[in-house]
Design a protein around this ligand. Structure first.
Ligand code: ADP
Ligand code: MG
Length: 395
């Protein structure tokens, strides 16, 4: 990693450090955290700063409140859990800028932690507004960006504040970049990319950029429906991305130069709706107009599994079908099990991907779980990331 790390900052004692983390995680109706992996993985940065005698002003977002105060998206449950995990009292304020935040920040003593409210309650956050970023920066002496899952965003609290404060990478970002760099530098062959899920727009860039370096690119989930559409196939009422059909066609053309590289499903499990129990297995040319593609079929599972089993390294993001519904979970279950059982070096990232990983007991077979979904994909693609650009390079 060529970004300057917080470990290189001198004299942290008595300094107020604004730490931007990615704690965007699922919280149930009772305010209980469903999976705290992102908080757990962020602890080293907090512990390090506290050991050095700094005080911490933590900032992170939750959900998509779109510039409005949304009660269920307040940061209180996260602050409370962070406090529990750190074993340190964490004070929480109900805004991230303004008088209350200023006052609480000024009162902070060495070893204390303050948690700011969800910055997305202000529309200025996602607009990357400079004045708003400057106000956030005014709370602290130093900025530590540790939100790997958000580095692909040019938000005020991600890249904006870096303009106004000495900026360092946190230990989680350091770990993520190190692991992903090492993985990509010289992947064991065959190198297999397993892509699924709903959003081709976050994945097509990586699929195209790894077209030369990956040995096989397996495509399932709703991504496969957009590719089927691009091939002129009937996809009925399937979820797909209209605005990506052209790019999918281009991708298919590019893939034509590398026989056997882009591996699309040969059969699907279809149904009228994810909630119905009646399913049917059809080959990819036989989807009926009143049905949706909701999972990959058994022949595809077999073909994908064979490639996975002989892989030397695997990068995976996205489910093979609507695994949340038992009628359409088989593809995801079988493919995730095959990935876990393979002797390949495995890197996985994503939101729902990690839920599926847990559900099928596949996490133990994974070498590195990235806390980033879109961010991991963009980083692996080699895209320019505003958050990383905001951290100075190592001298
Ligand atoms: P991740 O968050 O892991 O990166 P995505 O957000 O792209 O993945 O997509 C995950 C979701 O995609 C899952 O919740 C799953 O239900 C859905 N999905 C997978 N296959 C299909 C499909 N064929 N049709 C509709 N939704 C699908
Ligand atoms: Mg998701």
């Amino acid at each position: 990693m060529n970004k300057v790390s917080i470990k290189e900052a001198k004299d942290l004692k008595g300094k107020r450090v604004l730490v931007r983390s990615d704690f965007n995680i699922d919280i149930d109706e009772n305010g209980e955290i469903i999976d705290d992996m992102r908080i757990q993985r962020s602890l080293p940065t907090y512990q390090y700063l506290l050991e050095q005698g700094a005080s911490i002003i933590a900032i992170a977002h939750l959900g998509r409140p779109e510039g409005e105060v949304v009660e269920e998206l307040r940061m209180d449950p996260i602050a409370k859990h962070l406090s529990y995990l750190l074993g340190v009292d964490v004070k929480k304020v109900d805004d991230c800028i303004g008088g209350e935040a200023q006052e609480a920040a000024e009162k902070l003593k060495s070893g204390e932690v303050l948690f700011l409210e969800n910055p997305r309650f202000h529309k200025e956050e996602q607009a990357g507004d400079k004045k708003f970023a400057k106000e956030l920066a005014s709370l602290a002496d130093i900025f530590v960006l540790d939100a790997f899952g958000a580095v692909h965003r040019a938000d005020a609290s991600v890249s904006g504040v870096a303009e106004f404060l000495p900026t360092y990478a946190g230990l989680l970002i350091e770990e993520e970049l190190h692991k992903l760099d090492t993985f990509l530098a010289d992947p064991e062959r065959p190198f297999v990319l397993v892509m699924g899920g709903a959003k081709l727009n976050t994945k097509i860039g990586l699929i195209r950029s790894l077209m030369t370096s990956a040995d096989h690119i397996l495509v399932g989930g709703a991504l496969a429906s957009t590719f089927a559409k691009a091939q002129g196939k009937e996809i009925g009422t399937s979820l797909f991305e209209e605005d990506l059909v052209e790019e999918a066609k281009t991708t298919l053309d590019e893939a034509g130069r590398y026989p056997g590289k882009l591996v699309l499903p040969v059969d699907f499990v279809i149904g009228e709706h994810p909630d119905v129990q009646e399913t049917q297995v059809v080959d990819t040319d036989s989807v009926m107009s009143n049905t949706s593609i909701l999972d990959i079929g058994p022949k595809t599972i077999e073909e994908f599994s064979k490639i996975i089993t002989s892989a030397g390294s695997i990068a995976m993001n996205g489910a093979m079908g609507v695994f949340e519904k038992p009628a359409f979970e088989e593809g995801t279950k079988k493919i995730f099990e095959a990935v876990a059982a393979s002797s390949a070096e495995v890197v996985v990232g994503g939101g729902e991907t990690l839920v599926a990983l847990d559900r099928y007991g596949a996490a133990a077979g994974v070498d590195f779980i990235s806390t980033g979904g879109g961010a991991m994909l963009s980083y692996m693609e080699g895209a320019d990331l505003p958050g990383l650009n905001a951290i100075p390079d190592k001298k």
